[in-house]
Design a protein around this ligand. Sequence first.
Ligand code: ADE
Length: 251
Amino acid sequence: MSTGILSAMAQEQAGLAAHLDGMRVERYAGREFQVGRWHGREVVLALSRIGKVAAATTAAALIERFGVSRIVFTGVAGGLHPDVRVGDTVIGTEFVQHDMDASPIFPRYEVPLYGRSRFLADAELSRCLAQAAQGVVQDESVIDAATRARFGLGGPMRIHHGLIASGDRFVSRSEEAAALRAALPDAMAVEMEAAAVAQVCHDHGVPFAAVRNISDRADDQAHVDFDAYLHEVAGRQARALIAALLPLLPA
Ligand code: ADE
């Protein structure tokens, strides 16, 4: 069983490849896929790139070309729900494309001809992800005290489970975040890829799970917060999370 591990940007996967035993790089569809073993598990690392189409292309390549039997997405997201703070972790239980709108032909958010607007995470893979994330948030060595203080990560970093909304927009205006909150009140986080990967995995019957660390609140400050978090925190969290996750997965 091979596990595809996707992130949108290189900083979100920083240092992961160094852990792969017998690593080889394959180029396909203009992307690099790093194939190797970690904790005895076969792993394929790839960058989805940014946005739904790029992510769908990468996910399809992981499945069709590399034969992965499950896909995990790790990376950062903007917090939408009032309870979700910078530094928190969101594990997606379901995924919606918040910019999908073929109304009035189909209901708002419904993916045409699928008869559904939301795609589900795989329950067992998500359970493993939650167990791994629990260890990471409790381990104070993952993010040192100085970094925590700089990002205002006071108090326990919490784990939330719920809807992740994906769209081809970086949400960086408070009114836009408020409109998304009003339209999708149960959405925990907003990002640009997971719902597309969820749809591809649904098409192929491949289990999918996604975890997102909250880098910003999708507000007027989002681009500044996102950039700093991406460079200083995201890679460390991803390394700790994947290291904890792989031993939990069936080999
Ligand atoms: N990824 C991280 N923060 C985001 C935001 N505010 N909008 C979209 N994607 C994001």
